[in-house]
Design a protein around this ligand. Structure first.
Ligand code: SF4
Length: 256
């Protein structure tokens, strides 16, 4: 799908939000944003219109309504915690949310999407890892885009998670002029696997307002993936995907 225009809601999340903080697009899982606060302000963020705004935090009532929604819908087996950044929540609130979600019998899996190991690694502590470890099977998906983001502080934060036995995946955004070349991505994916993080998704940049300068043509993205496939092992290779407002993720198979 070729983008034409930038949008304040590029993935039509408003339409799929039955209560604040919940986005229900898929049959067996739900996105839950317990906060819209974040220590960062990425220029390419597809929720930049909502993140760190006036109503960044969910009120107690909004939080209760979101968890109640998950409780009532027994078709949901997986909760994807996103935001903002869920790991930017105060530990007590994070712990409370995870306890409440883990107590729901039909919830079998929790996923935490975070960029904190990159943007604020000092926030990752053994105490936080213990809170995450106590929850229902939980996976962490780290958003990281460039090998330069793999700093000693990042490595230390990741080691806290791996020592606690928390499985780690990564997701990256393909960004024009930043990482849209084979060598940069190869270095990134190798370095992640070295740290026991499986590269999971490489995202086409979503058409949020102000992001046109980062868009990479799909054709070029597929070419990069084809070249990467020849050079690196399958375990180092993420799936190249594009999110669409109404169909969820579309896999972009590299051209042969
Ligand atoms: S870290 Fe994530 S939520 Fe925060 S501004 Fe960047 S992309 Fe958006």
């Amino acid at each position: 799908m070729k983008y034409k225009i930038e949008s304040d809601d590029p993935l039509a999340e408003k339409k799929y939000s039955p209560v604040r903080g919940i986005i229900k697009k898929y049959s067996d899982r739900v996105i839950f944003c317990p906060t819209y606060t974040c220590p960062s302000r990425c220029d390419f963020c597809f929720r930049k219109n909502m993140v760190n705004g006036k109503n960044g935090k969910l009120s107690k009532d909004e939080m209760a309504a979101a968890i109640d929604y998950i409780k009532k819908d027994k078709t949901i087996r997986e909760v994807i915690l996103s935001g903002g950044d869920p790991l930017f929540l105060p530990p007590k609130i994070l712990s409370d949310i995870l306890k409440r979600l883990s107590a729901i019998p039909h919830i079998k899996l929790l996923r935490v999407h975070t960029r904190i190991p990159v943007t604020l690694p000092s926030r990752i502590t053994k105490k936080m890892a213990a809170i995450l470890r106590r929850a229902t099977p939980l996976w962490i998906i780290i958003h990281i885009n460039h090998p330069k983001e793999i700093t000693p502080q990042f490595k230390k934060a990741v080691a806290i998670f791996t020592t606690a036995g928390i499985p780690l995946l990564s997701q990256s955004v393909l960004l024009r002029g930043i990482n849209d070349d084979v060598d940069t991505l190869k270095k990134l994916f190798y370095s992640l696997v070295d740290l026991a993080i499986k590269p999971y998704y490489l995202h086409q940049c979503d058409p949020a307002r102000g992001t046109k300068k980062y868009w990479v043509p799909i054709k070029k993205g597929k070419k990069i993936m084809r070249q990467l496939r020849k050079k690196i092992s399958g375990i180092c290779l993420p799936t190249y995907v594009q999110d669409s407002p109404h169909r969820g993720k579309t896999r972009q198979q590299p051209a042969r």
